[in-house]
Design a protein around this ligand. Sequence first.
Ligand SMILES: O=C(O)C(=O)C[C@]1(C(=O)O)C=C[C@@H](O)C=C1
Length: 353
Amino acid sequence: MRHKIRLIDFILLRFIEERMKVARDVAKEKKKTDSPIDIRDIEEQKIKEILDRTDLNPVRMRRIFEEIMKLAKEEEYRLLGISKTVAVLGPMGSFSDEMAMKLIGSRIPLKYCSTTDEIIEMVEKGEVDYGIVPIENSTYGTVIPVLDALLNHEVEVFGEAKLEIHHCLVSKKKLDLKEIKRIYSHPQAISQSLGFINTYLSHAEIRYTSSTSDAVNLLDDESAAIMSENAARMYGLLILRRSIQDLKEKNITRFYIIRRKTGKMEGRYTSLFFGVQDRPGSLKAVLDIFANRGINLRKLESRPARTFLGDYVFFVEVEAPLKEEDIRDLEKVTAFYKIIGVFDEVEELDVFK
Ligand SMILES: O=C(O)C(=O)C[C@]1(C(=O)O)C=C[C@@H](O)C=C1
């Protein structure tokens, strides 16, 4: 019997190798027609067809075939000599993933990380070429962990992009809202949907996840998750309610696109951190530099300096690329400053540059 299984394993191996050969041929065609490597709709369609043809555990079968397709994509990227990678918050189906798809169109591989800290560290170490991290949302404001990590790591913001966010309440099986015992999602998604949660789900326990799509790994028959419609479709979940976020149309998340430090200062906006002496007027002196030059402030935040209670580090985004003379003046009125990027809003990321 064991011998038979061994033999089948070898046959499986040969079939997988054969499949990779075909994938490499497909990649050559894709190059000719400038088509993307990663085509999620095709993958999803195929997985559905496969699951329809078997009684084996659908979750495990999905994983097996997703892994095979992942391997195929790696082979395709390798064949085309595409070595750049972009890190985003995963797993697949997160809003960061959606943003990356919009910016890059799945032409280079994405590395799915479990925290934004991990993304920023990977970029800093040069383990990936780019990172995409959310910086603020129009309902819930600044993504604090990202802001703090940008202060503590050496990376550079070189672009920003915006994504309209619609949240869905999803589950594995049909549930009445009152039957839902737990809600899983990322703190940002929960906070953006508090109106709905307080009205219809106040009886349910809230459990935070590291991303909206990560909730899929925790769902059971008594719980629901908040994630995108895209993610729900990707993981075959049922959509109980659509567009549950408090701001129906203007729930927008802004993302920073980051890379390792290059020192290039090109673009319409500048982001920087600074600290000031603890005395009257010291913050005003910094803001006056911008005001006197007619530079508009886009964003202002304060974060604990983590020295003593009441010590702060400030973060500003201004609508101008700072010039040498601006920086010289800043030096005079700040205890320290750190420019984290001069950038533009982008619709597309040219990853082949
Ligand atoms: O059909 C393709 O375009 C392929 O490259 C094959 C394949 C797969 O392995 O099944 C790989 C990548 C795409 O995302 C979709 C499917």
